[in-house]
Design a protein around this ligand. Sequence first.
Ligand code: FRU
Length: 686
Amino acid sequence: MKRPTSSSLSYILPALSLSFVPPGVFGKPISRTTKCTQAQHPGPSNPSFETGDLTGWQVLSGTAFGNSSVTALTSYWGGPFNQKGKYFVDSFVASGDPAIGQLRSESFRASSYLSFLIGGGYDPVNLYVGLVRDSDGALLVSQTGMNDEALIRIIWDTSAWAGQNVHLLVYDNNSGSSWAHINIDDVRTGCNALQDDNGLTFTVFGEANQPATGSSPSCNLYAADVVRPQYHYTPYQGWINDPAGLIQWNGQHHLFSQFYPDAPLWGPMHWSHATSPDAVHWAELPAALYPPYPNNPQDTSGRWTGSAVNDSQNRLHLVFTDFTDLAFHPGATEQVVSTATSSDGTSYSLYPQNPVIGTVPPNSGNGFRDPKVFHDPTDNSWKLVVGSGDGSQGKVHLYRSTDLLSWTYVGVLFEGDGFTGSMWECPNFFPVGNKWVLFYGGRSLGWFEVGTYNGTSFTSETRGLLDAGPDSYAMQWYQDAAGRNLAITWLGNWPTSKWPSRLNGWAGQQSITRELFIRPDGGLGSRPIPELASLEQSGNAKSWTQKTVGDTAIVLGHTTTARLRLTVDVPSASATSFSIRLFSSSAEFVLVSYNFATRILTLDTSNAGYGQTGQWQPVVVPGSDGKLSLDIFLDRSTLEIFSSDGVVTSARVYPRYQESQDITIEASGHIVFDSISLTPLGSSWC
Ligand code: FRU
């Protein structure tokens, strides 16, 4: 992400008469044992706007702020605002998004820490809450919003300026019509900046707390960010979505992702690139593909999702969607298929005669994208599936090639009935045993179809969800050297506006590597690959056998980077249900429960902090031996729950408090679990 630089701020400076202090003074993670008592001074008056107006604050300019921008609204389209007390400031409510303006607090002496709640649009240059030194007008530190309304706490280490006179500047210079406002509430200083009124310690958010780096991720860098997954792939700064180009090539697993490095938002697409010897430990490589018009960030043309194969010259051969932004290139074909190759796996050359498929087949009005190449044993050729849709139903087109460069249209492999959406993205097609599996994204969900294939068309027998949770999309399959069917899915989803990690400069993450298999009921199942055991810190593991659980909660441990496994013999359980609390404290928790009668597993994030809230309820069935196992991966802000029948349920979780790490279990009734184990997991980057 681009933090404001002195040059990007220069056109603001004359108006504000500010000078800019580079963010390098930050970078030390804020721990719970702090120096908060060293410098404690009162903050500005009316810190939470509980007067219901701007008493104590001063409108410097514009119409975005005024007494009517202090609001008592409690909810918006995406849920509650989560203000502290009754009121907060929202630069939208007085005069709408296009209004601009500046609001400042009273001057106060800087303490060692300062925190406040922020919401609103992402625009580090034009929308922020800043700390300004009175003596020289220097903008010491600033924080922009995350394109969501709900308020999240930002914490700054302000000890470098302790005792100096400063003020807060709420700055809205964005006159756009969408996400062009900023929300603020509850300014706190000193130790109160780190803890709430009940003594719980706030989770530390804020771009200023991210150590500066130009280099690859490392365990220390990633450990410093308390919401950063430790063993799920994330971009250090910027945005990722779909995994792409998955392949094991010359021994190494390659993971590419849709990537926009300049902001934690979708933008002109690059392909980020990481490799791994075991599909667990990743090393970051330079981006593999870049958008075609990098000099104009408004032009969203980019290299969209695609796939990788090993070609006849043992090159890593990428086949992807070349997307052209028609607003800047009228008359172009918006989505075509292009290719790039690499002999060393690191640097990629675009094929000079791109595109390799430049004409969109008939009845593809909703789109034509995400080519996935596979070797088809039915005629020993290369085939490619590509997502599409027309009118009311999604479809998958099939192409054939012998050289990966010249492609012949075979026809529509399969089309839907509208239930799974009108545009299918990211299709994958591959044999498993004597069946063929087709999966794709539609209606913001990942769907599988298991059935049969005659060389030109597919007949579906069983349909289901690839992941029962809210945060999986654009899964991609690949076959490794051992012949396993592996997959990685993007743990993000479009419908939610909850992307709290944007406040730390990044958004999006990939799942752990999953192995796919056909379940006894004919559906597609997932399980974690065994290589994940290499992350286990077994010396600190806890395990129980024949563990009795009743209606008093048992604390199993206190961690958010771990693997929790349990097995129960369902016929012998006399309880009606059991429930597990994760990311739990007195203030919040994620609830995972299982009802023996209905066989419904419930993932409930209604009380789980800043992330998306809701309930997701797949049916999970015990094995023929009566056993049911759950294999739960927690990774700071990520949760993946694998059930023994192959159902997986994933969600992103952002606790508000650092204490929210308890893992507890209880039952309504009496259960003897065959086994329970809780094993801390290490980092993919160490
Ligand atoms: C799915 C998707 C793909 C497209 C890519 C663009 O998430 O919309 O269809 O290729 O993302 O980033």
